[in-house]
Design a binder for this molecule. Structure first.
Ligand code: M6R
Length: 618
């Protein structure tokens, strides 16, 4: 949550910072601001306001300020409502320091009180202004000390999470970064540094980056060839420069009206990339290099626990069905936020797998850290290379879906399902618990999957677009599925809720009669996943229960199934594949329906209200 970008170098800072904020805006978008030190100037110029980055950019259009160093921020409010005063950057009471901050200062109230006792008050309601005042006050007490000493000492009193970029008036070419929990990357160019909370703001300028680690500080100055990096604690390390594989084209919209639509259409490629190099022919088998070093411990585990939030939790639920069926190991699926705070029983025999697109979700990361401390083997299934989860877990699997920028997760979900299918197949084969024919059939179907996904998206697109016209005016929708497709019902409902603001519930179809059936009346839309699989007859029974109460049934059915037309008023066909792989197809019409419904309703698809792409606060 919140996007940070900072620059020092030879370019004009204001347009670069605004461009960076636009790329980071999916992290938060309720206010935006930037601070620069004007060339030859002695004071900070701070511009900030509630609203989106485009509004800030318009306000600065005629400004013409020339500056080569600056920091900027796009906010997702935690402390203080989104208004101009609470927007970042925040200037210290003495005018010496200005900062932007991602995270939460948990003891801000006590720090604020300590500052007030010294006669220092804040103008805003934010924890960030308390922090900048605290640093400034501490520095005033120790004017002779270098920043290398001031920051570790000042931060000893600070509790919480922070990714910070700051400017100091007396060092006009310097940007200082501090990180605890909230990610920060330093892009290293020729005679310039671009730092940001994720790579999308850096890629246009350089692909050489250093990931700042927990409790590290970086001092970036164009008068030095390398960044000065040191720890707030005793442990020091030699930072490694890494190379980002993503190119600029992958983070642009490429002619699509929204990132979400682009990412829906990118799913064939995402699935293909997730499988690349991981399937061997003759004999057919799955290879997962990222977990080979810990395979013995995985095979020794009596149970696996899958953790995630939101869409990643839905993928984990599908993973439970896959792993239990194919590898015959008990699996538990937990919301990371519940798991970490309920004192779960964790032993060194446990294997805990965190699933996260961003690799930064605070609860998933926190839960994995706790499990690691208690001796479990912790693994990550993540998309963003070099993010916190893959850095802090023992091993893992990258899904390689490419950058996902739309707040509503789409291609990450199908790539997560691909990775989980590969993992379940690999585990099943290693445990000799999967029938060889089934194993080979599933792998062959996986190989076909990118083409099937492509066909399905293209063939359903016009039909779903027309259906969305009718959906735009509904107030409630029920999504039903069974078996592998129960989690898909949850995912379909989440997609509709988060971008079109229509109330939707996902349920296991059989559970409907234990309560939700009371909601069904004349014309209530009910989307039912009714594939020709082991539960088909039962689902038809559930559809009839809906129809007899006047519900409007939209079925997601197997291509060629004519019988379903007797029961459902609208049918969306997906190709037949083995049941364990069907969620990769059944989710597609749901993603498209949520997208088009939101567009017709005039909702901001890529930046839905109150949400942020990467939830780095608990
Ligand atoms: O980055 P993560 O996969 O850990 O994110 C988890 C959720 O925040 C995320 O899936 C969220 O639910 C999406 N907005 C769903 O579309």
């Amino acid at each position: 949550m919140c996007g940070i970008v900072a620059y020092t170098g030879f370019r004009q800072a204001v347009p670069l910072l605004l461009e960076g904020l636009k790329r980071l805006e999916y992290r938060g978008y309720d206010s935006a601001g930037l601070a620069v030190i004007s060339e030859g100037g002695k004071h900070f110029c701070v511009y900030k306001q509630a609203g989106k980055v485009s509004a800030l950019a318009r306000a600065l259009e005629t400004n013409g300020i020339s500056a080569r160093v600056g920091i900027a921020h796009t906010r997702w409010a935690t402390h203080g409502i989104p208004n101009d005063i609470n927007a970042h950057p925040h200037l210290s009471y003495d005018g010496e320091i200005v900062i932007v901050h991602n995270g939460i200062i948990e003891n801000y109230a006590s720090l604020r009180q300590r500052l007030e006792e010294k006669g220092i008050s804040c103008r805003s309601d934010t924890d960030t202004e308390v922090l900048v005042n605290w640093i400034a006050w501490y520095r005033q007490q120790h004017p002779q000390k270098p920043w290398r000493e001031i920051l570790p000492e000042a931060f000893r009193a600070v509790e919480g999470t922070f990714g910070i970029a700051m400017l100091v008036r007396s060092m006009p070419d310097v940007v200082i970064l501090v990180r605890r929990f909230s990610p920060l990357l330093i892009g290293i160019g020729q005679g310039e540094y671009i730092a940001a909370s994720d790579a999308t703001a850096i890629i246009p300028y350089t692909r050489r980056v250093i990931h700042l680690e927990e409790d590290e500080v970086a001092i970036l100055s164009t008068s030095r060839t390398d960044p000065e990096i040191f720890s707030l604690r005793e442990k020091q390390r030699t930072p490694q420069v890494e190379y980002i594989e993503w190119d600029l084209a992958t983070i642009e919209r490429g002619g699509y009206p929204h990132y979400m639509l682009k990412e829906i259409f990118e799913q064939p490629q995402a699935i293909r990339d997730c499988m690349r190099g991981r399937i061997r022919q003759e004999p057919l088998e799955v290879r997962l290099g990222g977990i080979s070093s810990v395979m013995d411990r995985i095979l020794a585990a009596r149970r696996l626990t899958l953790l995630g939030c939101g869409t990643s939790w839905h993928a984990a639920l599908v993973g439970e069905y896959l792993i239990e069926q194919l590898a015959r190991v008990p699996v538990e699926v937990e919301y990371a936020s519940e798991f970490r705070y309920r004192n779960p029983v964790i032993t060194p025999e446990d294997v805990i797998i965190g699933i996260s697109q961003s690799g930064e979700t605070a609860d998933t990361l926190g839960a994995l850290r706790m499990a690691k401390e208690r001796g479990a083997l912790v693994l990550g299934i993540t998309n963003v290379v070099g993010s916190s989860i893959p850095r802090e877990t023992h091993a893992g699997i990258y899904i390689h879906a490419g950058p996902e920028i739309g707040v509503a997760s789409t291609k990450a979900f199908t790539a997560q399902l691909t990775a989980l299918s590969l993992f379940a197949l690999h585990l099943g084969a290693s445990r000799y618990s999967i029938d060889r024919n089934l194993h080979d059939t599933l792998i062959e179907n996986l190989i076909e999957m990118p083409d099937l996904v492509n066909e399905t998206i293209h063939s359903l697109n016009p039909q779903v677009q027309a259906l969305a016209e009718k959906f735009a005016s509904v107030s409630n929708v029920l999504y039903l599925g069974r078996g592998y497709n129960f989690p898909v019902a949850l995912e379909g409902a989440l997609k509709l809720k988060e971008i079109s603001y229509i109330h939707a519930e996902g349920y296991p179809a059989a559970e409907m009669k234990h309560g939700p059936i009371a909601l069904i009346d004349e014309g209530m839309p009910v989307i039912v996943i009714a594939l020709r699989d082991s539960l088909y007859e039962k689902v038809i029974g559930n559809i009839q229960e809906v129809r007899s109460r006047g519900g409007w049934v939209i079925a997601i059915a197997t291509t060629g199934d004519k019988e379903i037309c007797h029961y459902a008023q609208e049918v969306l066909y997906v190709p037949e594949v083995p049941e364990p792989l069907s969620p990769m197809l059944t989710v597609l019409p749901m993603q498209l329906l949520a997208y088009y419904t939101a567009v017709i309703r005039g909702c901001d698809v890529d930046q839905p209200r109150n949400l942020a792409k990467s939830v780095t606060v608990e």
